[in-house]
Design a protein around this ligand. Structure first.
Ligand SMILES: [Cu+2]
Length: 109
């Protein structure tokens, strides 16, 4: 009886301390701030499955539009944000269609 109880505790301990999924297997959330008519950071590297949130801190709208069409936020109003789950791997240059000089790159590995 004593032995069985001890065994159960050991097994419970092993379960609790068992390593979880490797870090890259869990989606990570990244933030790109849009402020001063710029994307910050201008280049962001993430893993496939990660989530990117663009937050518009300017007092006017912006868009997050991939130049090859993979993603397009349409207008993000001042103070609002847009979320994208990046499943497709690759290098995606994007712009703001309202201010085409605003350029940035999303890298998905
Ligand atoms: Cu803009």
């Amino acid at each position: 009886m004593r032995f069985r109880a001890a065994t159960l505790w050991i097994m419970a301990g092993l379960l609790l301390t068992a390593p979880g999924l490797p870090p890259h297997a869990r989606p990570v959330m990244h933030t790109v701030v849009i402020e001063g008519t710029r994307f910050e950071p201008e280049t962001l590297g993430i893993r496939s499955g990660d989530i990117v949130v663009w937050v518009n801190k300017d007092p006017f709208p912006h868009t997050v539009t991939a130049q090859a069409g993979e993603f397009d936020s349409k207008n993000i109003a001042p103070g609002k944000s847009w979320k994208y789950v990046a499943r497709k791997r690759g290098v995606f240059p994007y712009i703001c269609t309202l201010h085409p000089t605003m350029k940035a790159t999303l890298r998905v590995e």
